[in-house]
Design a protein around this ligand. Structure first.
Ligand SMILES: *Cc1c(COP(=O)(O)O)cnc(C)c1O
Length: 392
């Protein structure tokens, strides 16, 4: 039987599974593997959110289908979060939509706004879901190369006019996965300006909008005047409130795009469990104390790891957001070779940059979302690793 669609067959191979296979083999041999390839927080969901969920789960009226666009409490909580955090006004009825995690929403956005063959500009390196979702929708990915000289923001002036004329949608992501790059409002001003000029829909993935430190606070794309005419912004509770498994996020902004995503969703899913939406509403309208505590933990882990990398000759620009470090591989290695060698010699898993697109060559991503003692153990082992010029 051959029933797999061409679209599914067109999906790139999943690089992460290669390392998971190796991890299993090493563990079977008794090696204590430390997995820094993980993309989810290790910290638990805060108690007050769990308590709220528990309380709401006891109410029979919460056991029914949710309204398609999400319950009023959650949409209002998102609007109030935007007001307080970014001084941006949103109409919870038409400019906010509840998502079953932002990944779902991003995937549905692509089929909501593109026709087969349309070009979608995606960051390279970038979160792998962008490219897969573009393929699944039958659209065409066009890479926006990001590099350290530009602070991992697109060189908007250098994008060929032809590329811009053909593009239907542009995706951005700050603070970014995998690069941990942060952006200032200026980047969003340029993006809105170019997208308006070329009539391109713009979508910003702000999954790490609250995961910031060192005094840095991430701006919102919605703070740019006129953004609502062409743009949407995705957000998630997964990373900021350690709620990856709960599956709760949102998209805000342009009414027409939101309506289109909502139409796709109403034919595919029927909303998130109401107690989860209500507990998430509580999280977004709270004082963010737990978020700040988490960020302090990530920051201290980041400092330790940055020092350890320095000792083995790997210099990084210290990030101000996310729980990732994006680092250059030592000279003489490809991303894949270095990740392989690190795993074989130290039992530490990192993700080769090429898992995130061709421009990731020469880099690797390391996650800080493992317990601090494990991170310290990884640091100790990496200190024993000789790099640079000693390649066998
Ligand atoms: C984790 C992550 C997401 C997905 O988050 P969910 O809301 O859990 O689906 C989206 N974008 C980026 C860049 C991420 O790292």
């Amino acid at each position: 039987m051959n029933v797999t669609s061409d679209r599914v067959k067109s999906l790139p191979p999943y690089i992460f599974s290669r390392f998971q296979q190796k991890k299993k083999e090493l563990e079977a041999r008794g090696v204590d593997v430390i997995d820094l390839g993980i993309g989810a927080p290790d910290l638990p969901t805060p108690d007050f959110i769990i308590e709220e969920m528990y309380k709401e789960a006891k109410k029979p009226e919460n056991h029914r289908y949710s309204p398609y666009k999400g319950c009023k409490e959650f949409r209002e909580a998102v609007a109030s979060f935007y007001q307080n955090r970014f001084q941006v006004e949103l109409d919870p009825e038409t400019e906010v939509l509840t998502l079953i995690g932002s990944k779902e929403g991003i995937a549905h956005l692509i089929s909501a706004v593109t026709n087969p063959g349309d070009s979608v500009l995606i960051p390279d390196p970038g979160y792998p879901v962008y490219q897969s979702a573009v393929y699944l929708a039958g659209a065409e990915p066009t890479h926006l190369p990001l590099n350290p000289q530009q602070g991992y923001t697109p060189a908007f002036e250098q994008i060929p006019a032809e590329t811009l004329k053909n593009a239907r949608l542009m995706l951005l992501n700050y603070p970014g996965n995998p690069t941990a790059a942060t952006a200032e409002l200026d980047t969003f001003l340029k993006a809105v300006s170019i997208a308006s000029t070329y009539d391109i829909a713009l979508a910003h993935d702000s999954a790490y909008n609250l995961v910031t430190f060192d005094g840095y606070e991430a701006p919102s794309l919605m703070q740019v005047p006129g953004a609502k005419n062409i743009a949407v912004e995705f957000g998630s509770l997964s990373k900021s409130f350690n709620m990856t498994g709960w599956r709760i996020g949102y998209v805000v902004g342009n009414q027409e795009i939101i309506r289109a995503i909502s139409t796709v969703k109403s034919n595919v899913d029927t909303g998130q469990f109401l107690p989860i939406q209500k507990a998430a509403a509580r999280a977004l309208t709270g004082d963010l104390t737990v978020v700040r505590q988490n960020n302090a933990i990530y920051k201290s882990r980041m400092e330790k790891m940055a020092d350890a990398l320095q000792k083995i000759g790997i210099h990084i620009e210290k990030p101000r957001g996310t729980f990732f470090i994006w680092a250059p591989v030592p000279e003489g290695y490809t991303s894949m070779e270095f990740a392989d060698r690190l795993l074989e010699e130290t039992g530490v898993i990192v993700t080769p940059g090429t898992a995130f697109g061709p421009s990731g060559e020469g880099y690797f991503r390391l996650s800080l979302s493992v317990p601090t003692d494990r991170l310290e153990e990884a640091v100790k082992r990496m200190n024993g690793l000789k790099t640079g010029g000693d390649r066998k």
